[in-house]
Design a protein around this ligand. Structure first.
Ligand code: NAP
Length: 247
């Protein structure tokens, strides 16, 4: 149990929502940042009903000014944030030859530059506190590659490189930086891919060694450990949570 202030981006849905709930249940104050401000506020209200202290803010991670303003609000309404989990993300499937500059740039802006900006914006507080935990949410596709998802896999691979570099640069400040690449987790993002016919749950379950689809809580429990006091010697690591799909 800890009582720090955590920011979870993309915290109103799927994996981010499960992480926000778990970190709050573990005693942390949680700021939910999401594109959808109403959903972020609803999530924060849910965390408060369960006995936590939370704020939910509309923060588009592609907008640095919005991130900085959101962090100012977190400082004044909760306290200095020393935990960051970057779950905001989007995947745009396309035949590679049809990927437009707009799609490519959007994928990089949300998945990679959004992660860069959130990390850069929150690190000064962590340095000041001489303690910090960052967990980036990448993707198991960085291990396997994925046809039709070149811009997504490229961006998420960048997130892994960013994570490793930050881990080395900030280790002496008491800050750890790790990445969790999820694989095959039952969330709105995955369900939308199923609806578009890009993904088939039955055949994917078949090729998953543990024999089931992952739950957002599976990712949240790995994050809960990585942001804990006792995980201070783990940094720069890729902690796959994928039912054995990638080893
Ligand atoms: P999800 O349910 O769609 O959650 C993603 C959240 O990020 C949504 O609330 C979304 O808001 C928000 N978001 C999107 N763009 C944003 C932006 N520019 N600024 C702020 N928030 C933004 O999907 P999920 O499956 O939980 O995904 C969470 C993370 O896990 C993502 O980074 C994803 O790439 C990664 N991941 C998931 C899987 C899986 O199997 N589910 C596998 C590998 C990696 P809106 O709904 O309003 O757009």
């Amino acid at each position: 149990m800890s009582s720090r202030t955590a920011i979870v981006t993309g915290g109103a849905s799927g994996i981010g929502a499960a992480i926000a709930s778990r970190l709050a249940a573990d005693g942390n104050m949680v700021a939910v940042f999401d594109l959808d401000g109403e959903a972020a506020a609803t999530m924060a209200a849910e965390l408060e009903r369960a006995g936590g202290k939370s704020v939910g803010l509309a923060v588009d991670v592609t907008d640095r000014a919005a991130i900085d303003a959101g962090i100012d609000e977190v400082r004044s309404r909760l306290s200095r944030p020393t935990i960051l989990v970057t779950s905001a993300g989007l995947s745009l499937e396309s035949n590679f030859l049809d990927v437009t500059a707009e799609m490519w740039n959007k994928s990089l802006a949300v998945n990679l530059t959004g992660t860069f900006d959130c990390c850069q914006a929150v690190l000064p507080d962590m340095i000041e506190e001489r303690w910090g935990r960052i967990v980036t949410i990448s993707s198991s596709s960085v291990h396997s590659g994925s046809a039709w998802l070149a811009s997504y896999v490229a961006a998420k691979s960048g997130v892994v490189g960013l994570t490793k570099s930050l881990a080395l640069e900030f280790a002496r400040h008491g800050i750890t930086v790790n990445t969790v690449p999820p694989g095959f987790i039952d969330t709105p993002m995955l369900q939308q891919a199923v609806e578009r016919g890009f993904f088939d749950v039955e055949s994917q379950t078949e090729r998953t060694p543990v024999g089931r689809i992952g739950r957002p809580e599976d990712i949240a429990s790995a994050c809960a450990y990585l942001v804990s006091e006792e995980a201070g010697y783990i940094t720069g690591q890729i902690i796959g949570v994928n039912g054995g799909r990638n080893t």
